[in-house]
Write a protein that binds this ligand. Structure first.
Ligand code: NI
Length: 167
């Protein structure tokens, strides 16, 4: 396994819409394993392939405190959403920024697992929010897009400046 390089906002590659995963094979399983390792090392609770510059519809999440409930969603589709939840979100691609975002409280999602089987799963609270956040990445969308333009541009300026200092 390997730790992958994560893209940081405002990298334009974070805005690419991901294409479906055509077949769940060893290459996809290896990517998922590397993404898990990258997520745990960060540490984070979710990571979308877009964030590691792979523009395929695949994401990993684990919202457990013990880091032992990994979930990989391939070609995820939202079947149902219900309720409203406001939660403070962060993102490995937007380091150091935490802002409240409104999402559905409960969702039902269909995806393929690492064996290529189609699965339907219900999720609520943090897991539901996390899956919705990661699914947005596959559309080239960031949680910052839900904030006011003024707030977003302030955050973008701050991150751009911070990245210049690192380089
Ligand atoms: Ni994110």
């Amino acid at each position: 396994m390997a730790i992958l390089q994560v893209l940081y906002h405002p990298d334009p590659r974070l805005r690419i819409k991901a294409a479906p995963v055509p077949v769940v094979d060893d290459e996809v399983r290896r990517l998922a394993a590397d993404m898990m390792e990258t997520m745990y090392a960060a540490p984070g609770i979710g990571l979308a392939a877009t964030q590691v510059n792979v523009h395929r519809r695949l994401l990993v999440v684990d919202v457990s405190e013990t880091h032992d409930q990994p979930l990989c969603l391939i070609n995820p589709a939202l079947l149902q959403k219900e309720g409203v939840e406001r939660m403070e979100e962060g993102c490995l691609s937007v380091p150091g920024v935490f802002e409240e975002v409104e999402r559905a409280e409960r969702i039902r999602v269909r995806f393929q697992d690492l064996e290529g089987h189609t699965v339907e799963q219900d999720a609520d609270d943090l897991l539901a929010v996390c899956i919705q956040h990661e699914m947005d990445h596959l559309e080239g969308k960031l949680f910052l897009d839900y904030l006011s333009p003024l707030k977003r541009s302030r955050i973008t300026k701050k991150l751009t400046k911070a990245q210049k200092q690192v380089m």
